[in-house]
Design a protein around this ligand. Structure first.
Ligand code: SAH
Length: 301
């Protein structure tokens, strides 16, 4: 029997031969998230993208042209609603891209949780920059790379089937990075540590995200329903700023987009060919004050 009680715990070193448990690349949870996105084929994600081959899996912002609902021809009405929703989603992507800049064609950007790839294409079209998109869904990465090839930008825009918490990309190689509606799938401290590692000093980080409102209290029923619908875990607003502060990300611009987010949902609710069933929940969550749509831009210091 050993007598180790006199030894400080700090001086105990592990036995070099102690076998360590294998660390899986993805947690079981992340595998389930990947399963979701590998099988996801919602018309709202595919029909909108087909219009101009910019595939977005986020919501939209700004005033909606509701006159599209008055179109008497049923087929044309569907088409006009689809186009209007796509315009609102595109406006959101453009708003985010605006906050990434200025950037030049030699710069490199990191699109964390890139979906079917629209955001990286938007950044490339605007700035001519290189982009690396990362998604936990192999199918999405494949789809997005095919789109980049079709556009002839595959030398500048590449998508990778990787975990955004551990990308393996080069430290300090990125001038800007972002999460567009993908922060609710991960622990913020791990996520921001990876962004801080990848961004060069003075680099820009931007997120657009739904968060629950600390001033309301804890997660409301609606917030919990959204979590269940997407298999995610919406963070409170406060957690974004705490986790950024802990990871050398200093907010420079914060915008509450909640009021701007509503018209998209109000129009989408009328689109029988596109609804997924979560529309009312989003509207109630925004209206009862428990849920907010936020843009945060931060500098890597
Ligand atoms: N940003 C995209 C897609 C948002 S949907 C857009 O605006 O269109 C959420 C995305 O997060 C999906 O592509 C999903 O695969 C990705 N995701 C979730 N957890 C991830 C993880 N740990 N690593 C990489 N991607 C992840």
């Amino acid at each position: 029997m050993h007598h180790q009680h006199e030894e400080s715990p700090l001086t105990i070193t592990p036995d070099a031969s102690t076998p360590t448990a294998p660390v899986p690349t993805h947690s079981t949870y992340q595998t389930r998230v990947a399963d979701y996105w590998n099988t996801e084929e919602n018309p709202v994600n595919l029909e909108l993208g087909r219009i101009d081959d910019l595939y977005h899996h986020h919501y939209g912002i700004g005033a909606a042209d509701r006159s599209v609902l008055d179109e008497p021809d049923a087929g044309l009405r569907r088409e006009r609603i689809t186009t209007e929703l796509h315009r609102l989603e595109q406006d959101q992507a453009d708003l985010l891209a605006t906050h990434l800049g200025p950037l030049s064609p030699v710069d490199r950007v990191f699109d964390a949780g890139c979906g079917r790839g629209g955001g990286s294409v938007v950044a490339n079209l605007r700035y001519g920059c290189h982009a690396d998109g990362v998604t936990i869904s192999a199918k999405q990465a494949e789809f997005a790379n095919e789109q980049a090839r079709k556009r002839g930008i595959e030398d500048k825009v590449a998508y990778h089937h990787r975990n955004m918490l551990a990308t393996g990309f080069r430290t300090g190689a990125y001038a800007a990075s972002w999460n567009n509606e993908s922060t609710m799938y991960v622990e913020l401290d791990l996520l921001f540590a990876e962004h801080a590692r990848l961004l060069r000093r003075g680099g820009r980080y931007v997120t657009i995200t739904g968060c629950y409102n600390d001033a309301y209290g804890r997660a409301s029923r609606e917030v919990s329903l959204i979590n269940a619908h997407y298999i995610c875990d919406i963070h409170p607003r406060s957690e974004y700023f705490r986790a950024m502060a802990r990871n050398r990300l200093v907010p420079v611009h914060v915008e509450d987009l909640t009021a701007d987010a509503l018209p998209y949902w109000q129009l989408r609710k009328e689109a029988d060919h596109l609804v997924t069933g979560i529309e009312d929940t989003f509207m109630t969550a925004y209206e009862n004050g428990s849920f907010q749509y936020l843009l945060i831009a931060a500098d890597r210091v």
